[in-house]
Design a protein around this ligand. Structure first.
Ligand code: ADP
Ligand code: MG
Length: 254
Protein backbone atom coordinates (compact mmCIF):
# COMPACT_ATOMS: atom_id res chain seq x y z
CA UNK A 1 0.00 0.00 0.00
CA UNK A 2 1.38 3.42 -0.83
CA UNK A 3 0.94 6.50 1.29
CA UNK A 4 1.72 9.46 -0.92
CA UNK A 5 1.38 12.01 1.89
CA UNK A 6 3.14 10.10 4.64
CA UNK A 7 6.76 10.97 3.84
CA UNK A 8 7.12 12.96 7.05
CA UNK A 9 5.08 10.53 9.13
CA UNK A 10 7.92 8.63 10.79
CA UNK A 11 9.30 11.74 12.47
CA UNK A 12 6.12 13.68 13.13
CA UNK A 13 3.63 12.82 15.85
CA UNK A 14 1.16 15.22 14.23
CA UNK A 15 1.11 17.13 10.97
CA UNK A 16 -1.23 19.77 9.53
CA UNK A 17 -1.12 20.46 5.80
CA UNK A 18 -2.91 23.55 4.48
CA UNK A 19 -5.23 23.12 7.41
CA UNK A 20 -8.15 25.50 7.08
CA UNK A 21 -11.02 25.84 9.50
CA UNK A 22 -14.04 27.99 8.77
CA UNK A 23 -16.78 28.55 11.34
CA UNK A 24 -20.23 29.81 10.38
CA UNK A 25 -21.47 31.15 7.07
CA UNK A 26 -22.37 34.53 5.59
CA UNK A 27 -22.07 37.37 8.07
CA UNK A 28 -20.91 35.10 10.87
CA UNK A 29 -18.22 33.39 8.75
CA UNK A 30 -14.87 33.22 10.55
CA UNK A 31 -11.69 31.77 9.06
CA UNK A 32 -10.13 30.49 12.28
CA UNK A 33 -7.24 28.75 10.47
CA UNK A 34 -6.03 29.78 7.05
CA UNK A 35 -3.99 27.08 5.28
CA UNK A 36 -1.72 26.24 8.19
CA UNK A 37 1.11 23.80 7.48
CA UNK A 38 3.03 22.70 10.56
CA UNK A 39 4.52 19.51 11.93
CA UNK A 40 5.19 18.41 15.48
CA UNK A 41 8.20 16.13 15.66
CA UNK A 42 8.20 13.11 17.91
CA UNK A 43 9.97 13.74 21.17
CA UNK A 44 9.66 17.50 20.85
CA UNK A 45 8.01 20.07 23.12
CA UNK A 46 6.35 22.83 21.10
CA UNK A 47 4.61 25.93 22.40
CA UNK A 48 1.94 27.68 20.35
CA UNK A 49 1.55 31.40 20.99
CA UNK A 50 -0.45 34.21 19.49
CA UNK A 51 -3.07 36.82 20.32
CA UNK A 52 -6.48 35.81 21.59
CA UNK A 53 -8.59 34.58 18.67
CA UNK A 54 -5.56 33.78 16.49
CA UNK A 55 -6.57 30.11 16.15
CA UNK A 56 -4.40 28.38 18.75
CA UNK A 57 -7.15 26.26 20.29
CA UNK A 58 -8.68 25.55 16.89
CA UNK A 59 -5.36 24.22 15.59
CA UNK A 60 -5.04 21.96 18.59
CA UNK A 61 -8.66 20.79 18.37
CA UNK A 62 -8.42 19.99 14.65
CA UNK A 63 -5.18 18.03 15.13
CA UNK A 64 -6.65 16.18 18.09
CA UNK A 65 -9.78 15.20 16.22
CA UNK A 66 -11.99 17.26 18.54
CA UNK A 67 -13.11 19.44 15.66
CA UNK A 68 -13.53 18.76 11.95
CA UNK A 69 -11.31 20.28 9.27
CA UNK A 70 -12.85 22.46 6.51
CA UNK A 71 -10.01 22.08 3.99
CA UNK A 72 -6.57 20.54 4.06
CA UNK A 73 -5.41 17.72 6.26
CA UNK A 74 -4.73 16.86 9.89
CA UNK A 75 -2.74 13.74 10.68
CA UNK A 76 -1.77 11.93 13.85
CA UNK A 77 1.25 9.88 12.84
CA UNK A 78 0.26 8.65 9.40
CA UNK A 79 -3.45 8.55 10.20
CA UNK A 80 -5.47 11.10 8.25
CA UNK A 81 -8.20 12.15 10.69
CA UNK A 82 -10.81 12.93 8.03
CA UNK A 83 -10.60 9.30 6.88
CA UNK A 84 -11.92 8.04 10.21
CA UNK A 85 -15.55 7.51 11.13
CA UNK A 86 -16.76 8.74 14.52
CA UNK A 87 -16.09 5.48 16.26
CA UNK A 88 -12.50 5.20 15.05
CA UNK A 89 -11.89 8.87 15.74
CA UNK A 90 -13.09 8.45 19.33
CA UNK A 91 -10.82 5.46 19.70
CA UNK A 92 -7.84 7.35 18.27
CA UNK A 93 -8.41 10.23 20.69
CA UNK A 94 -8.67 7.83 23.57
CA UNK A 95 -5.72 5.60 22.70
CA UNK A 96 -3.23 7.92 21.04
CA UNK A 97 -3.80 11.41 22.39
CA UNK A 98 -3.46 12.93 25.85
CA UNK A 99 -5.21 16.15 26.81
CA UNK A 100 -4.54 18.74 29.48
CA UNK A 101 -6.92 21.68 29.74
CA UNK A 102 -6.83 24.93 31.66
CA UNK A 103 -9.76 23.71 33.78
CA UNK A 104 -8.45 20.47 35.18
CA UNK A 105 -11.51 18.42 34.07
CA UNK A 106 -11.21 15.75 36.74
CA UNK A 107 -14.18 13.68 37.86
CA UNK A 108 -15.00 14.82 41.41
CA UNK A 109 -16.25 11.45 42.66
CA UNK A 110 -13.12 9.54 41.65
CA UNK A 111 -9.83 9.42 43.51
CA UNK A 112 -6.67 10.81 41.96
CA UNK A 113 -5.56 7.34 40.91
CA UNK A 114 -8.98 6.51 39.45
CA UNK A 115 -8.91 9.75 37.48
CA UNK A 116 -5.44 8.93 36.16
CA UNK A 117 -6.41 5.46 34.95
CA UNK A 118 -9.95 6.36 33.81
CA UNK A 119 -9.20 6.62 30.06
CA UNK A 120 -7.54 3.21 30.15
CA UNK A 121 -10.33 1.73 32.26
CA UNK A 122 -12.87 2.95 29.70
CA UNK A 123 -10.75 1.46 26.92
CA UNK A 124 -10.46 -1.82 28.81
CA UNK A 125 -6.68 -1.46 28.69
CA UNK A 126 -4.45 -2.59 31.51
CA UNK A 127 -2.11 0.18 32.58
CA UNK A 128 1.59 -0.61 32.20
CA UNK A 129 2.41 -0.71 35.90
CA UNK A 130 6.04 0.36 35.66
CA UNK A 131 5.13 3.27 33.37
CA UNK A 132 2.27 4.34 35.65
CA UNK A 133 4.57 4.32 38.67
CA UNK A 134 7.13 6.33 36.77
CA UNK A 135 4.49 8.92 35.78
CA UNK A 136 3.10 9.14 39.31
CA UNK A 137 6.63 9.53 40.65
CA UNK A 138 7.44 12.19 38.07
CA UNK A 139 4.41 14.28 38.98
CA UNK A 140 5.06 13.59 42.66
CA UNK A 141 1.59 12.28 43.52
CA UNK A 142 2.41 8.99 45.25
CA UNK A 143 0.99 10.12 48.61
CA UNK A 144 -2.14 11.72 47.11
CA UNK A 145 -3.51 8.85 45.09
CA UNK A 146 -6.53 8.14 47.29
CA UNK A 147 -7.54 11.82 47.53
CA UNK A 148 -10.47 13.22 45.59
CA UNK A 149 -10.00 16.37 43.50
CA UNK A 150 -11.70 18.59 46.12
CA UNK A 151 -9.04 17.51 48.63
CA UNK A 152 -6.23 18.60 46.32
CA UNK A 153 -4.80 22.04 45.52
CA UNK A 154 -5.12 23.41 41.99
CA UNK A 155 -1.51 22.53 41.28
CA UNK A 156 -2.03 18.97 42.52
CA UNK A 157 -5.22 18.62 40.46
CA UNK A 158 -3.37 19.70 37.35
CA UNK A 159 -0.61 17.21 38.16
CA UNK A 160 -3.30 14.51 38.23
CA UNK A 161 -4.52 15.76 34.84
CA UNK A 162 -0.96 15.62 33.44
CA UNK A 163 -0.51 12.10 34.83
CA UNK A 164 -3.84 11.10 33.24
CA UNK A 165 -2.72 12.53 29.89
CA UNK A 166 0.55 10.59 30.03
CA UNK A 167 -0.71 7.35 31.58
CA UNK A 168 -1.68 5.69 28.30
CA UNK A 169 1.67 6.58 26.68
CA UNK A 170 -0.01 8.66 23.98
CA UNK A 171 1.62 9.55 20.68
CA UNK A 172 1.12 13.21 21.55
CA UNK A 173 -0.11 15.35 24.44
CA UNK A 174 -2.05 18.54 23.70
CA UNK A 175 -2.16 21.05 26.53
CA UNK A 176 -4.30 24.20 26.16
CA UNK A 177 -3.08 26.86 28.61
CA UNK A 178 -2.33 24.21 31.25
CA UNK A 179 -0.93 26.77 33.70
CA UNK A 180 -3.66 29.38 33.12
CA UNK A 181 -5.41 28.64 36.43
CA UNK A 182 -2.30 28.12 38.54
CA UNK A 183 -0.08 30.30 40.70
CA UNK A 184 3.43 30.69 39.33
CA UNK A 185 4.98 28.03 41.55
CA UNK A 186 2.42 25.34 40.66
CA UNK A 187 2.65 26.50 37.07
CA UNK A 188 6.39 26.01 36.90
CA UNK A 189 5.99 22.54 38.42
CA UNK A 190 3.57 21.56 35.66
CA UNK A 191 5.90 22.99 33.02
CA UNK A 192 8.84 21.10 34.49
CA UNK A 193 6.78 17.88 34.40
CA UNK A 194 5.83 18.43 30.77
CA UNK A 195 9.51 19.17 30.03
CA UNK A 196 10.59 15.96 31.83
CA UNK A 197 7.96 13.91 30.01
CA UNK A 198 9.61 14.96 26.75
CA UNK A 199 13.24 14.87 27.89
CA UNK A 200 13.20 11.76 30.04
CA UNK A 201 10.16 9.80 28.89
CA UNK A 202 10.36 10.60 25.18
CA UNK A 203 6.83 12.00 24.99
CA UNK A 204 5.66 14.62 22.47
CA UNK A 205 3.96 17.74 23.82
CA UNK A 206 2.18 20.64 22.11
CA UNK A 207 1.17 23.41 24.49
CA UNK A 208 -0.82 26.58 23.92
CA UNK A 209 0.25 29.40 26.20
CA UNK A 210 0.30 33.18 26.32
CA UNK A 211 3.09 33.24 28.89
CA UNK A 212 6.64 33.78 27.52
CA UNK A 213 8.13 32.08 30.57
CA UNK A 214 5.96 29.00 29.99
CA UNK A 215 6.93 29.00 26.31
CA UNK A 216 10.61 29.04 27.27
CA UNK A 217 10.25 25.46 28.58
CA UNK A 218 9.58 24.32 25.01
CA UNK A 219 12.05 23.32 22.28
CA UNK A 220 10.25 25.46 19.76
CA UNK A 221 7.65 28.22 19.70
CA UNK A 222 5.21 28.60 16.81
CA UNK A 223 3.48 31.98 16.54
CA UNK A 224 -0.02 32.32 15.13
CA UNK A 225 -1.79 35.51 14.07
CA UNK A 226 -5.14 35.69 12.27
CA UNK A 227 -5.17 31.95 11.66
CA UNK A 228 -1.73 31.86 10.03
CA UNK A 229 1.71 30.83 11.21
CA UNK A 230 3.72 34.02 11.21
CA UNK A 231 6.90 33.12 13.04
CA UNK A 232 8.89 30.41 14.75
CA UNK A 233 11.60 30.37 17.40
CA UNK A 234 13.92 27.51 18.33
CA UNK A 235 15.35 26.93 21.83
CA UNK A 236 13.44 29.96 23.07
CA UNK A 237 14.32 32.07 26.08
CA UNK A 238 11.54 34.05 27.78
CA UNK A 239 13.23 37.29 26.65
CA UNK A 240 13.44 36.16 23.03
CA UNK A 241 9.76 35.13 23.10
CA UNK A 242 8.75 38.46 24.64
CA UNK A 243 10.77 40.33 22.03
CA UNK A 244 9.20 38.33 19.17
CA UNK A 245 5.70 38.85 20.59
CA UNK A 246 6.36 42.57 20.89
CA UNK A 247 7.37 42.75 17.24
CA UNK A 248 4.30 40.77 16.16
CA UNK A 249 1.96 42.95 18.19
CA UNK A 250 3.50 46.19 16.96
CA UNK A 251 3.31 44.79 13.43
CA UNK A 252 -0.43 44.44 13.85
CA UNK A 253 -0.77 48.14 14.64
CA UNK A 254 1.25 49.48 11.71
P1 ADP B 1 -7.34 31.24 20.38
O1 ADP B 1 -7.32 29.90 21.02
O2 ADP B 1 -6.06 31.61 19.70
O3 ADP B 1 -7.77 32.32 21.32
P2 ADP B 1 -9.54 30.14 18.83
O4 ADP B 1 -8.89 29.03 18.10
O5 ADP B 1 -10.33 29.79 20.04
O6 ADP B 1 -8.42 31.23 19.21
O7 ADP B 1 -10.48 30.95 17.85
C1 ADP B 1 -10.08 31.39 16.55
C2 ADP B 1 -11.23 32.13 15.91
O8 ADP B 1 -12.28 31.20 15.63
C3 ADP B 1 -11.83 33.22 16.76
O9 ADP B 1 -12.24 34.27 15.92
C4 ADP B 1 -13.02 32.54 17.39
O10 ADP B 1 -14.02 33.48 17.70
C5 ADP B 1 -13.47 31.59 16.29
N1 ADP B 1 -14.11 30.37 16.83
C6 ADP B 1 -13.52 29.45 17.62
N2 ADP B 1 -14.39 28.45 17.89
C7 ADP B 1 -15.56 28.77 17.29
C8 ADP B 1 -16.85 28.14 17.18
N3 ADP B 1 -17.09 26.97 17.79
N4 ADP B 1 -17.80 28.77 16.47
C9 ADP B 1 -17.55 29.94 15.85
N5 ADP B 1 -16.38 30.58 15.89
C10 ADP B 1 -15.37 30.01 16.60
MG1 MG C 1 -7.72 29.31 23.01
Amino acid sequence: MSHPTSQSAPVHAAFATDLTKVYGTGETRVVALDAVTVGFAKGEFTAIMGPSGSGKSTLMHCLAGLDSVSFGSARIGDTELSSLNDRRLTRLRRDRIGFVFQAFNLLPTLTALENITLPMDIAGRKPDKAWLEQIIGTVDLADRLSHRPAQLSGGQQQRVAVARALAGRPDIVFADEPTGNLDSRSGSEILAFLRDSVQELGQTVVMVTHDPLAASYADRVVFLADGRIVDELLTPTADAVLDRMGRLTSGLHV
